[in-house]
Ligand binder design. Structure first.
Ligand SMILES: [Fe+2]
Length: 326
């Protein structure tokens, strides 16, 4: 019996690295748990990981500051478009004020019968805050956000699609879609996986007006959404199911040091990652739990280039921690 335990992480390409650190650690008060580099390609680009207090799977946002490579993307249809974050019930007024105090415009809206807060990352990527009751994931408070407001983790992903029904079909064929479909105008919401695990929500927004969004690594766009497949055996079985259903646009297994992953291009255009934090991986495989994110970490194949890479990457500071503690 295969299973999916909700989300694992969401990855986006942003502009500058410092701007991204300021947004996630400053405005959102998230914890920087890892700073390394993109393992693909030849241009050195940071890979930054942010999380809640404990680095739970489903709480992770990772970014590639692609200004370094000079590639700017297009937000459009057939692409993941919304980073959806779960926050405590009753916290949206706090977040509205906090975001505006950081110069970020926030918009109150009602979607799927509940209030949400919409705002943008400085690179233009769309963010949404959704209030969730009884979320067990613990928010990070050392970034200056009190526990009663702190972000639990990722709620889900919003995807713009030319043909939403083909994406629903994909999840029914091979992605353990749960039965319930909720519709609100051109938006359909449902959950995938074996339970209502955190980060298991998908919302598909019908969009036949926009041009095709960028699929490459490119600043200002979401690159992929990763699912938590628990263990390597389950991961290979789900890959087999996906291929068996005919979705053969799926990668070989990639070793991302902290986890191992396949990637599959879905019919909505959104790229999904099937991730497993394996026993030799995890955030603490190269740093202690207390030291997470403090040092620049490289996989062994890049270690020989450490000085060269550091020289070519934008210098970043994490002064927010000191500001939050002051
Ligand atoms: Fe990923």
């Amino acid at each position: 019996m295969t299973f999916i335990n909700g989300g694992h992480h969401i990855t986006l390409c942003v502009n500058g690295a410092q701007e991204d650190v300021d947004f996630h650690m400053g405005a959102l008060g998230l914890r920087l748990i890892k700073r390394t580099v993109l393992f693909d390609g030849v241009v050195p680009v940071y890979h930054l990981y942010y999380s809640n207090a404990n680095g739970d799977p489903s709480s992770i946002i990772t970014t590639f500051p692609f200004k370094q490579a000079g590639v700017i993307g297009r937000r459009g249809t057939n692409q993941a478009r919304e980073v959806q974050l779960a926050v405590p019930v009753g916290s949206l007024d706090y977040w509205h004020r906090r975001l505006e105090s950081y110069g970020i415009t926030a918009l109150d809206v009602e979607i799927l019968d509940s209030r949400r807060l919409l705002f943008d990352h400085p690179s233009g990527v769309e963010y949404v805050m959704v209030e969730v009751a009884d979320d067990p994931r613990v928010g990070w408070t050392e970034g200056g956000v009190p526990l009663e407001y702190a972000i639990h983790g990722v709620y889900g992903v919003g995807i713009h699609a030319y043909a939403p029904e083909s994406m629903v079909e994909f999840t029914e064929d091979s992605f353990l879609k749960q039965d319930k479909l909720i519709e609100d105008g051109d938006r359909v919401a449902f959950k995938v996986g074996s339970n209502d695990g955190p980060g298991s929500s998908i919302e598909i927004i019908g969009n036949r007006k926009a041009d095709q969004g960028t699929w490459t690594y490119a600043a200002g766009t979401i690159h992929h959404y990763a699912w938590n497949l628990g263990n390597l055996d389950n991961q290979s079985k789900i890959k087999f199911d996906i291929e068996g259903a005919g979705y053969t646009d799926i990668s070989e297994l990639k070793d991302r040091k902290y986890f191992k992953s396949f990637y599959v291009r879905t019919p909505s255009g959104a790229l999904f990652e099937l991730a497993v934090t394996h026993p030799e991986g995890g955030w603490t495989c190269d740093e202690s739990p207390e030291e997470l994110g403090k040092a620049f970490q490289l996989p062994s194949q890049f270690e020989i280039r450490r000085q060269e890479l550091l020289g070519r990457l934008e210098t970043i500071t994490t002064r927010h921690l000191e500001i939050a503690k002051a």
